[in-house]
Design a protein around this ligand. Structure first.
Ligand code: PMP
Length: 450
């Protein structure tokens, strides 16, 4: 069977293409492959061997500095001293699990829930975004009595058996679940093509309604719509504000629950709001979060309306050995404190607007740059063969990523065509970092044919 490759393979070091690499990189890559096996990927034609990080900068084994425009996990900055100190303090005092009383997990839960709508009043802790989505789906199925789940056509929601079946981004070699349906990405840029005024919100709601109807036609009761509220894997689709609202109305009318996957847009990333779903004026039934939550320490969460959680929690016990342990909670609390004390949401709004404006200015008149869209410090640059067909140009997008890497600027790609530059620096990104990035971007564009 022919399988479509995954965008996860696109910005990858090619196995075997090692001859031209520095000896130390070649040897480490070969040793790594020997022991880690074939599933792992390395970024870039010449992989980067990192040994240290600080703020929005990473350093390789030769002391070369890189500007990180990609990693949203170390969101408040690589090795932020307050997070490091909190982890060190707690690791030296106690690290157990959630079967004993501990104050910090209760304090943090209250604090985290205060950032969410009042209706979301309980939270459970896990280690990864995949686990949070996995549990969310089990909860949604218990609450609704249904099994059918909708996701977008290029979504990624995780690596467990259940969430892999909800992740079309993994490529066609990974089967989707029988009770899973996909709705097309809300690609406002391409949907506008020749169609006059497409109201994205109504169009998207119609797509959701059609897939719910298809599930029901096959005798499958609808349980949940699971969506990343910035549609990062689909290609970054943040706008127009509020476009998700009509689809969520459809979901609720059909008796399903909306699971907002906040692994990407959560924790102030979009600048306009602390959570991505807030930009759409909707209140989810379940919210999953991870990546930036512990600034690199594994911690994730499922926040929920208590009445939705009850259907699962009242009958099935749940224990996660590492989820919510005191060291992870200490990291997560420090992250929340730093976001507030350093006003990183406002910073993301301000600097993100400058990033988008700077990209627009640098790309003006360049026909390969079809669209620039973003919210705060989460920006996608859609690279196309030409502005009329708007056909994704993955080869050029990858060339830009490689040429930026040669200039020690780290980025990658996303989207169905693997052609959207994914710009998502730590929120610790500074105005000086922005200048460095825009200069490199302009230089790289100038090397491409117009
Ligand atoms: N949801 C989304 C939207 C993600 O981007 C990811 C990770 N890329 C996940 C879930 C899974 O998170 P994790 O890798 O922590 O399991």
């Amino acid at each position: 069977m022919a399988t479509r490759s995954t965008i996860m393979d696109t910005n990858s070091f090619r196995r075997g293409a090692t001859d031209e690499l520095p000896e130390s990189i070649r040897r480490l890559a070969a040793r790594r492959e020997r022991v880690l096996g074939p599933s792992y990927r390395l970024f870039y034609r010449e992989p980067v061997h990192l040994v240290r990080g600080e703020g929005a900068h990473l350093y390789d084994a030769d002391g070369q500095r890189y500007l990180d425009v990609y990693n949203n996990v170390a969101s408040v900055g690589h090795c932020h001293p307050r997070v490091v100190a909190a982890v060190q303090r707690q690791a030296a005092a106690l690290n157990t699990h959630t079967r004993y009383l501990h104050e910090a997990i209760v304090d943090y839960s209250e604090d985290l829930l205060s950032t969410l709508p009042d209706a979301i009043d309980q939270v459970m802790f896990l280690c990864t975004g995949s686990e949070a989505n996995d549990l969310a789906i089990r909860v949604a199925q218990a609450y609704t009595g249904g099994t059918g789940v909708l996701v977008t056509s290029e979504a990624y929601h995780g690596n467990t058996a259940l969430t892999s079946e909800l992740s079309p981004a993994l490529g066609t070699a990974q089967p989707l679940g029988r009770d899973v349906r996909t709705v097309p990405s809300p690609d406002a840029y391409r949907l506008g093509l020749g169609g006059g005024d497409v109201d994205l919100g109504l169009w998207f709601a119609d797509q959701v309604a059609a897939q719910i109807a298809d599930l029901e036609r096959h005798g499958t009761r609808f349980a949940a719509f699971l969506a990343d509220s910035i549609f990062s894997s689909d290609g970054v689709f943040p706008d127009p504000l509020g476009f998700l609202a009509p689809a969520i109305e459809v979901v609720h009318r059909a008796g399903g629950v909306f699971v907002a996957d906040e692994v990407q847009p959560g924790f102030a990333r979009t600048g306009q709001a602390f959570w991505g779903f807030e930009r759409h004026g909707v209140v989810p039934d379940l919210v999953t979060m991870g990546k930036p939550m512990g600034n690199g320490i594994p911690i994730s969460a499922l926040a929920a309306r208590s009445e939705v959680l009850a259907a699962f929690g009242d009958s099935i016990p749940y224990f996660n050995t590492f989820g919510g342990n005191p060291v992870s909670i200490a990291a997560a609390q420090a992250v929340l404190d730093v976001i507030r004390d350093e006003e990183l949401q406002a910073h993301s709004a301000r600097l993100g607007a400058q990033l988008s404006a700077g990209l627009r200015a640098a790309s003006a008149g360049h026909p390969l740059v079809g669209d620039i869209r973003g919210a705060g410090l989460y920006v996608g640059v859609d690279i196309v063969t030409d502005p009329v067909s708007r056909r994704p140009d993955q080869a050029t997008a990858l060339e830009i990523v490689e040429r930026l890497r040669e200039r020690h600027v780290l980025t990658s790609v996303c989207g169905a065509g693997g052609n959207v530059l994914k710009l998502r620096p730590p929120l610790a990104f500074s105005p000086a970092d922005l200048d460095v990035f825009l200069t490199a971007y302009e230089e790289v564009l100038a090397t491409l044919p117009t």
